[in-house]
Design a protein around this ligand. Structure first.
Ligand code: SAM
Ligand code: SF4
Length: 341
């Protein structure tokens, strides 16, 4: 395919793709491993072996974070796998802060949050997403294949007490598991004074594809189920709020968001790329297009040429949209915990 030439304005812009989307958000996977095995995300037996030498070292993450900051990064999210099991997470958060990145987020399953919440705040985290798909201990254990709901809830409580500024509960919509408790999950968020977001299940990896079968519940149906108990007022999205459709529960602090990767494609406003723990920069969730940065870093390339490879790669190869609906088999090959959710 013949690409349009990069215009003078685009060349001066930091990171931009051929569809005119500016990339200012990097999701960094710090590990492929996890202490839960959610049925929509993880193989039942856990993640495959991953050689330590193939993993980015702390100083390599730091270098890349600095390089992206130079290329106009405004928002970084540490994710995985489960980022709180990665022993060097706090220094990486400090690195993001040192490099001047304003919005520093962490996505976690919350199991280890109780003892880390204060430290995350002190290191510079100002956005925290905690995944919690059910308020029933048995259902929660079934979804996560053994997860301890009480400890996750204690973790959320610690994060609230610590004063982490923006906390969101993330709920994957699973008709059989949590379709009947969506208003109760909203009540929980209101009680804690935090936000909550409901996400349509994506056919990511074999686990995601299997979970979608029979469990899919659209965000619109979820909104209607919640609206039977709570009025939902459409809310102004803040800048860089991501693709969620937002509502406010009147008389509370709680925003309820719906993320619709399946029923309402939002790729046109995509502003993100992902860095795997193996040093691959992936341009789109659900596709393999990307560039391996590890050989460049370890091959003695200077910052200028690594940055140029990133800029070129995003310009040339960031896909226009995902194929979750039109060609789900393509996304099923992707391994979500490797990609960084
Ligand atoms: N372990 C952390 C957690 O659970 O929040 C961070 C990584 S996890 C892969 C990031 C997010 O991706 C979680 O909110 C999880 O629920 C979501 N996720 C994983 N697989 C999914 C799927 N197939 N469809 C939709 N969301 C998914
Ligand atoms: Fe682990 Fe998060 Fe995937 Fe669940 S969703 S298996 S907690 S990485």
């Amino acid at each position: 395919m013949l690409l349009p030439a990069i215009s003078a304005t685009d060349q001066e812009a930091d990171l931009v793709d051929q569809f005119g989307r500016h990339i200012s958000y990097l999701r960094v996977s710090v590990t492929e491993h996890c202490n839960f095995r959610c049925e929509y995300c993880s193989p039942e037996e856990g993640t495959p072996y991953f050689d330590r030498d193939d993993h980015l070292r702390v100083e390599e993450y730091d270098r890349l974070i600095g390089l992206f900051a130079h290329l106009g990064l405004r928002h970084i999210r540490f994710t995985g796998g489960e980022p709180l099991i990665y022993p060097h997470l706090l220094p990486l958060i400090e690195s993001a802060k040192r490099h001047g990145i304003g919005k520093i987020s962490v996505s976690t399953n919350g199991l280890l949050l109780g003892r880390l919440a204060q430290k995350l705040l002190a290191a510079g985290v100002n956005n925290l997403n905690v995944s919690m798909d059910s308020l029933q201990a048995g259902t929660f254990a079934a979804i996560t294949r053994g997860g301890d709901l009480l400890r996750v809830q204690q973790g959320i409580e610690e994060a609230v007490q610590a004063g982490i500024p923006r906390i969101k509960i993330n709920v994957v919509l699973l008709r059989q598991h949590n379709g009947a408790e969506l208003p109760a999950l909203v009540a929980y968020a209101i009680g804690k004074g935090v936000d909550i977001r409901f996400i349509e299940t994506m056919p990511l990896g074999l686990a995601g594809s299997a979970a979608q079968d029979g469990q899919y519940l659209s965000a619109e149906e979820a909104r209607q189920l919640i609206a039977e108990r709570y009025p939902l007022e459409p809310a102004e999205a803040q800048a860089d709020h991501g693709p969620a459709r937002l509502f406010l529960v009147p008389g509370t602090q709680t925003h309820v968001g719906f993320i619709t990767p399946i029923s309402d494609n939002f790729c046109a406003t995509c502003n993100r790329v992902r860095l795997t723990a193996g040093g691959r920069l992936v341009y789109c969730l659900g596709q393999e297009a990307g560039i391996d940065l590890l050989p460049l870093l370890r091959g003695g390339q200077g910052d200028g040429s690594v940055a140029e490879a990133v800029r070129r790669g995003i310009w040339q190869d960031k896909p226009q949209k995902h194929f979750f609906v039109s060609d789900p088999g393509r996304s099923a090959r992707i391994f979500m915990m490797r990609l960084g959710g």
